[in-house]
Design a protein around this ligand. Structure first.
Ligand SMILES: [Zn+2]
Length: 243
């Protein structure tokens, strides 16, 4: 299966926070999009891995994703090793995306930057023919690199290279975030700790931030992106920027 856009997250829910408005807008226009979660989020303070798996599947349906896979890499230990790069390379060669959306290189949670560096290196090595990988049925995979690599925003602010118009999909984004009911906008924390992101104030901040960046881009709501400093081919972003 070939995907136009493949988004990666360190934890299930990273892509919902950073780029689900963009993904929903693209899927509604007929583009094929998928998400790869690197870890099961087993070190999270709230919820269980089983619950977050169900939440991730529900969010994928809301966004209209064709694919959502979890690589089961160790949460809080995203070491940039060949062992951890290989399952990412397999996903890149399997889905052959034109564009990859990655977590930010610098963020409050160290896993987000670790994930971004790990995936960026995997994207480079995915283009090397001598790094051999096999698909599940045993056939050797072809090398593949996406034409463009972008970083989305999760928590720490950055000055974006461009803002994607999510005015029509902000409510889909918020519904997808609400699918992770163990993690966000938790009004009654129960027996588990309230966290930086579970506090309803964080959810309110997300809406305000979408409004702020939307205003910057001339839209009602927007999602900010940084273009990776080394795009691998001259794949045009026009369809993203002008839509
Ligand atoms: Zn995260």
């Amino acid at each position: 299966m070939k995907l136009t856009v493949l988004a990666f997250g360190a934890h299930p829910d990273d892509t919902e926070l950073g780029c689900s408005g963009t993904l929903a807008a693209l899927t509604s226009q007929g583009y094929e999009a998928g998400v790869i979660d690197l870890t099961r989020g087993e070190m999270g303070s709230r919820g269980s891995t089983e619950l977050r798996k169900k939440e991730a599947e529900a969010a994928a349906k809301i966004i209209g994703l064709k694919v959502r896979e979890n690589l089961g890499l160790p949460d809080t230990e995203l070491v940039n090793s060949r062992e951890n790069q290989l399952p990412i390379i397999k996903m890149l060669r399997k889905y052959k995306p034109d564009i990859c959306l990655l977590p930010p290189l610098v963020d409050r949670h160290p896993d987000h930057g670790d994930a971004a560096r790990l995936i960026k290196d995997a994207i480079f090595y995915s283009g090397l023919v001598k790094i051999e990988t096999k698909s599940k049925n045993g056939t050797i995979q072809e090398p593949h690199r996406p034409g463009q690599v972008l970083h989305y925003m999760i928590d720490t602010h950055f000055e974006p290279d461009f803002v994607f118009d999510i005015s029509d999909t902000i409510y889909i984004k918020e519904k997808a975030i609400h699918a992770f009911s163990s993690q966000f906008d938790v009004k009654d924390p129960g027996d588990e700790p309230q966290t930086h992101v579970s506090d309803p104030a964080f959810f309110e901040m997300l809406r305000a931030r979408a409004k702020q960046f939307g205003h910057k881009g001339g839209f009602e709501y927007g999602e900010p992106f940084l273009i990776s400093e080394k795009p691998f081919a001259a794949k045009s972003l026009d369809f993203l920027i002008s839509s």
